[in-house]
Design a protein around this ligand. Sequence first.
Ligand code: 8YV
Length: 326
Amino acid sequence: MADLKSVPVLVPVGFHAAARAALQERFDVRDLTETGLDGLSPAERQEIRAIASFGNVSAAMMDALPGLQIIGSFGVGYDSVDAAHAAAKGIMVTNTPDVLTEEVADTALGLLLMTVRELPQAERHLRAGLWEAKGPYPLTTGTLRGRTAGIMGLGRIGMAIARRLEAFGVGIAYYNRRRRDDVAYEYHDTLEGLAGAVDTLIIAAPGGASTDKAVDARVLEALGPDGILINIGRGTTVDEPALIAALAAGTIKTAGLDVFEKEPHVPQALIDLPNAVLLPHVGSASLHTRAAMGQLVVDNVTAFFSGRDVLTPVPECAKAGVPLHA
Ligand code: 8YV
């Protein structure tokens, strides 16, 4: 078991403040600045044994840190970490599932309600003084009543969204890598099949190569002119130009997006569309939930170097038999 104070841990300067402070108390924290590994001398690179991360950890970065044993990634999605490369090298990767599930599902339902009932547009109407000057906000053509939602990615967050949809009286179907045998929701083995069977498509799937641009022009066409697209997963899952074209042409009705392909950049063409509700990736962004996520990063890295199993290894590392502790 290592003396934690002698373990050099690389932590981005803008990392969750409380988590950074907790790591600093226990470990020998080294700053990862905007210059990346260029900010470290070759000798310092040799020493690093852990990274706390909320962004890109590429294969090249892992290769440049020969003593690296664990990457504690902040967030449930770890598409920005090359987990396959880490697993092949015997480097542990942990993420922060569970602690953000309910928050993200809340945001998904909020976004769905905002989108279908045009709540941001109605609020802008009031703030612009138009209620008094011109009269009530027009009746919305959209309603949740009678809708069926197709969930892409019925994992922990997808299931939490489904539970909420049930309470709202919305029908549920899903597309997943595998059919789940613990739910009675209608399963579709293709995304296009799901989109054709529902009028509301909710993306709660992970990002990365397996879902890259999976929601394309054909899927949007299948969703149809009354269709609503909600994305709480990753922007890369949607072919953004195809979505912009579909919203502009009325191929689908409206979209509510919390994530984008090249965050924080959002295409002006999307911002200009009146039939889109856009949030700046706030799915898990409450003080409460971000604190829990930060603590889980600290707990994983601490467990690893204290001879205890990490709490939340990513499946790639668990399957490859990467050691659960140092
Ligand atoms: C965070 C997320 O915005 O958990 C995820 O996968 O996308 C969000 O909760 C992100 O992790 C912040 O780095």
